[in-house]
Design a protein around this ligand. Structure first.
Ligand SMILES: Nc1ncnc2c1ncn2[C@@H]1O[C@H](COP(=O)(O)OP(=O)(O)OP(=O)(O)O)[C@@H](O)[C@H]1O
Length: 311
């Protein structure tokens, strides 16, 4: 009798163990299936997104933005319309939200509510790759790649890395008149003994050349593109940049008013809010922040304008 009970208990234990294994196996399979379904739905939603293009305007509507690690809003209730093909200069003190604004426009940070629209389509509906491939940007904290000149320019569009003609033409636009000893293959930085090092202003020009590699971007953004340059180099390069960007929607962040005078519209930010928006003449007439900036800097530019040959 006792033996029969023991055999029964053991067989029950074995049965339970087998069931447990089956359950375990099932739950692993179920988990895998769940992951596969999730993965497929992600791919589907990515494919369901729209290729990035716009024909008329960018609308920013009640845009506020707070970085996750701080409590204070970096942008507060921004409302702005930028027409296709316009050049907009964005000015403002340090920390006023200029870089945050353009990074949001490029989709580099996500907005929770629909507040950025391209031709009425919320930015979140665009395919991210298409958005990045059809926009061009140079940021103030650009990377100085410790490789050669070629790679540093081709970062703008890596498909052109072996297209010398394209890369040289981009370089010429930023007025690198003194040629590199090894041409496009000149090594830059400190890594090798035979590397060439560049000054801050030269690195900035090289970074700027990246913008000229990409074909027909829908939107170009320059974040303080000339901060390391003297006013004469700045104006010469800006004139070249403006020629290239004619008819392309361009946003130029700057602390300097030289570019602002040439922009279609000027947007002045203060503590995350737009405090002025209009043309150079309009803002000069209103005699507020932009007027103050203009008055304090204008002699730099009046002086250099005389030195730049008319193009
Ligand atoms: N990654 C970040 N995390 C947290 N706060 C940030 C971050 N980047 C910017 N901020 C904050 O957001 C606000 C706006 O910064 P932003 O860089 O947009 O200003 P800015 O006008 O471009 O300044 P600057 O002229 O100095 O480049 C600042 O208060 C800044 O400290």
């Amino acid at each position: 009798m006792a033996v029969a009970i023991i055999i029964n208990v053991i067989s029950n234990l074995i049965e339970d163990y087998i069931r447990m294994l089956e359950n375990l196996n099932y739950s692993v399979k179920a988990k895998q299936m769940k992951e596969q379904i999730a993965e497929k739905s992600i791919i589907k939603s990515a494919h369901g997104k729209i290729p990035f293009r716009f024909h008329e305007q960018i609308d920013i509507s009640n845009l506020s933005f707070t970085y996750p690690n701080i409590q204070i809003e970096s942008l507060k209730n921004i409302n702005l319309t930028i027409n296709k093909g316009e050049l907009i200069a964005v000015l403002g003190e340090n920390g006023s939200g200029k870089t945050t604004l353009v990074k949001l426009l490029l989709g580099l940070y996500k907005v929770e509510c629909d507040s950025i629209f391209y031709d009425g389509i919320p930015i979140n509906q665009f395919d991210e790759n298409s958005l990045y491939n059809n926009t061009s940007a140079v940021f103030q904290d650009f990377i100085k790649y410790q490789t050669n000149v070629r790679d540093n320019i081709a970062v703008g569009d890596i498909t052109y890395v072996n297209n010398d003609e394209k890369l040289e033409s981009a370089l010429n636009r930023v007025l690198f008149d003194n040629h590199f000893p090894g041409g496009l293959n000149t090594k830059l930085g400190y890594i090798d003994q035979d590397s060439t090092n560049l000054s801050g202003g030269q690195w900035q020009r090289l970074a700027l050349s990246r913008v000229f590699v990409k074909d027909n971007p829908e939107l170009i953004i320059f974040d303080e593109p000339t901060s390391a340059m003297d006013p004469l180099s700045e104006m010469r390069i800006l004139n070249e940049v403006l020629r290239y960007c004619k008819n392309t929607t361009t946003i130029m962040i700057s602390h300097r008013v030289g570019i602002a005078r040439k922009a279609d519209k000027i947007c002045v930010l203060q503590q995350g809010q737009i405090v002025e928006f209009g043309t150079h003449d309009e803002l000069i007439k209103s005699k507020r922040n932009y007027y103050e900036m203009w008055m304090s800097q204008k002699e730099w530019y009046e002086d250099v304008e005389d030195k730049i040959p008319a193009s």
